[in-house]
Design a protein around this ligand. Structure first.
Ligand SMILES: Nc1ncnc2c1ncn2[C@@H]1O[C@H](COP(=O)(O)OP(=O)(O)OP(=O)(O)O)[C@@H](O)[C@H]1O
Ligand SMILES: [Mg+2]
Length: 455
């Protein structure tokens, strides 16, 4: 029996690897050629829908739709109606481009309400040869942690198994033994946040096939298996939040969410340059640089004034002098999160940055300087079709959701007969939620100033 109020992980994860749903726990069967998979990334600044079609040798991207996110704040829904409209807009665009009707989606879930925790379970093996049922039982036990009633488990991610004295087992089915232990990484979410995101998607007549922790999806798009094996941290710098996940020995080991992102830098630039936020955003994207040393001190830019005041000419160096300390603080917070995980020594493959915030010039160089590990910028790989449309760190989550979904059997859309969009299909519904485990709060103080702007 589950504790009262605790909701079944299966309701939310839709069968995440190892959740115990369905008859396949360890292996994610591939979708069939011709199947359509849609990833929906409901970000704080942008909603992205990506359509992928399963081909004979992988996933082909066939449609991409984007809309400005109105109604999300730091990964969680703050306005149902506006979020619904943004989702509808992005999904409609993707539908039209791909020429398919979209009925269901793999949606991301994020936000600082999410927590990641390592857990384990032990059960006896029924017939001295481990079966899928034994694996299901041990995973089910591993997910039974004590939780407040307003939280739910959204992912049960197996790390490894121990059969009798043999540890490091990755595929336990068929192995002989009397006792199996599972080590897992659990991701839990606030039920209300899950319900709100789900509501927005369902109101668009879309069915949520599965909710996926956004950095888990991003990792699917930009990390290599080798990196996951030898140890790597993925840092997704979004508009409202920065997600951090750590992989080692092929499995997710740690998750953290820092409630700061590119919007904070935009606000700093708006204040520092005394210009409207929309101009600050444009200036940041066009001229911003995280390292002063990389900027030509002679280079200048035009800064529009506020309230009808005349525009001014400022040096790009001055802009970098605002950006550098802010980005440095962000990377120091990330460093603290990495140290707090206790896994910093295992990051043999260093850090991979993604998310729109990682596009800031000089961010890789500054990250290397602060984190003291090799850093690269990650773009989605391993897909075909319209690759140019998704070749950006900002597309990591949406493409990752498609790749994640492609590894599972799920028909979510049907090619429209005339090759044109025919409107949404009425569908059933499910759930959703978002991001993850912050844990150590000592970085919080550093950002009181920033957070003051947004809370
Ligand atoms: N070229 C660029 N240089 C600097 N910053 C950029 C650039 N392009 C985008 N950004 C920033 O990236 C942020 C948006 O990133 P992204 O689209 O990954 O966020 P999101 O997914 O909508 O938000 P979140 O993940 O926090 O919910 C914005 O703050 C934007 O200003
Ligand atoms: Mg994002």
């Amino acid at each position: 029996m589950r504790p009262p109020g605790e909701r079944c992980v299966q309701e939310f994860c839709g069968g995440a690897p190892g959740c115990g749903k369905g008859d396949d726990v360890m292996e994610r069967p591939s979708a069939k050629p011709g199947e359509i998979i849609v990833g929906l990334d409901i970000g704080s600044t942008t909603v992205r829908a990506v359509v992928g079609e399963i081909g004979s040798d992988g996933v082909d991207i066939t449609g991409v739709g984007e809309s400005r996110s109105r109604g999300m704040r730091k990964g969680v829904v703050v306005n149902i109606e506006s979020t619904q409209q943004s989702i509808r807009e992005a999904v409609d665009k993707a539908s039209m481009m791909a020429g398919v009707q979209i009925a269901t989606v793999f949606s991301g879930i994020a936000g600082s309400h999410l927590r990641g925790v390592n857990s384990h379970g032990i059960v006896s093996i029924a017939n001295h040869e481990c079966s899928r049922e034994d694996v299901d039982r041990v995973l089910d036990q591993a997910r039974r942690i004590s939780m407040p009633l307003d939280r739910t488990v959204i992912h049960v991610l197996p790390q490894d198994f121990v059969i009798d004295q043999q540890d490091g087992v990755r595929e336990p089915v068929g192995m002989s033994g009397v006792r199996i232990e599972a080590r897992v990484h659990l991701v839990t979410a606030a039920v209300s946040s899950v319900q709100n995101v789900t509501k927005c998607i369902e109101r668009c007549n879309l069915h949520v096939t599965e909710l996926v922790l956004t950095p888990l999806a991003s990792a699917e798009a930009v990390l290599t298996d080798d990196e996951k094996e030898i140890g790597v941290a993925l840092v997704d710098i979004g508009g409202g939040a920065t997600d951090v996940v750590i992989y080692s020995e092929g499995s997710l080991r740690h998750t953290a969410v820092l409630p700061i992102g590119g919007e904070n830098l935009t606000n700093d630039i708006a204040a520092g340059l005394r210009t409207p936020a929309s101009e600050a955003e444009r200036i940041k994207v066009r001229y911003g640089c995280a390292m002063r040393s990389m900027v030509d001190p002679e280079e200048t830019l035009e800064v529009p004034g506020v309230g009808g005041r005349p525009s001014r000419t400022l040096s790009r160096d001055y802009l970098a002098s605002i950006a550098e300390p802010r980005m440095e603080e962000l990377f120091q917070c990330i460093a603290q999160a990495l140290h707090g995980s206790g896994m910093i020594d295992r990051l043999n493959a260093g850090v991979v940055l993604c998310g729109g915030g990682s596009l800031l010039e000089g961010s890789v160089e500054l990250a290397e300087q602060v984190l003291q590990v090799p850093v690269r910028r990650g773009v989605p790989t391993g897909v075909g079709g319209m690759v140019e449309m998704v070749r950006s760190p900002a597309m990591a989550t949406a493409v990752g959701l498609v790749k994640y979904g492609a590894a599972r059997p799920a028909r979510i859309a049907t090619p429209s007969t005339a090759g044109t969009y025919q409107g949404p299909v009425k569908a059933s519904a499910t759930t959703d939620g978002r991001a993850q485990a912050a844990g150590d709060a000592h970085w919080w103080g550093r950002f009181r100033g920033w957070l003051g702007e947004v809370f």
